[in-house]
Design a protein around this ligand. Structure first.
Ligand code: ZN
Length: 133
């Protein structure tokens, strides 16, 4: 079963916590044990898992990526969003999570983030939930 989560970003660079929305799809699927694969259908975004308790962590990640890949670096691509493309490849566009007991298996402090690198935009994340046989 393939489903989608629509994400609306408000800034050019932003990490958006989508944990509850993914959990919702897992709960509705009725799968108690299996995997949940997330795939962002864009070239200037990413998916990552990191701390969800302290919002400073997501800000630090955004800021550090901006320092690592400056928007005004001498890129060849003419759209003005080459930094966004590079960040997308650095972070990656997918994550695979485990489902255990009908819930995502996450550490106490872990959250699932959609990473916007060229917002604000409306984005789509494909979600594939597969049950154990
Ligand atoms: Zn581009």
């Amino acid at each position: 079963m393939l489903q989608y989560i629509q994400v609306s970003s408000r800034s050019r660079n932003e990490l958006i916590d989508i944990t509850d929305r993914v959990e919702d799809l897992v709960r509705k699927s009725g799968v108690s044990s299996g995997i949940c694969h997330l795939f962002s259908l864009h070239t200037t975004s990413g998916i990552t898992i990191n701390e969800g308790a302290d919002p400073d962590v997501r800000r630090d990640i955004s800021r550090f990526l901006a320092t690592l890949v400056p928007v005004d670096a001498p890129f060849a691509h003419g759209e003005g969003n080459s930094d966004s493309h590079v960040k997308s490849s650095l972070v990656g566009v997918s994550e695979t999570l485990l489902i255990d007991g009908g819930r995502l298996l996450l550490g106490t402090w872990q959250a699932v983030y959609f990473c916007e690198f060229d917002g604000p935009r409306t984005r789509k994340v494909a979600v594939k939930i597969v049950a154990d046989r």
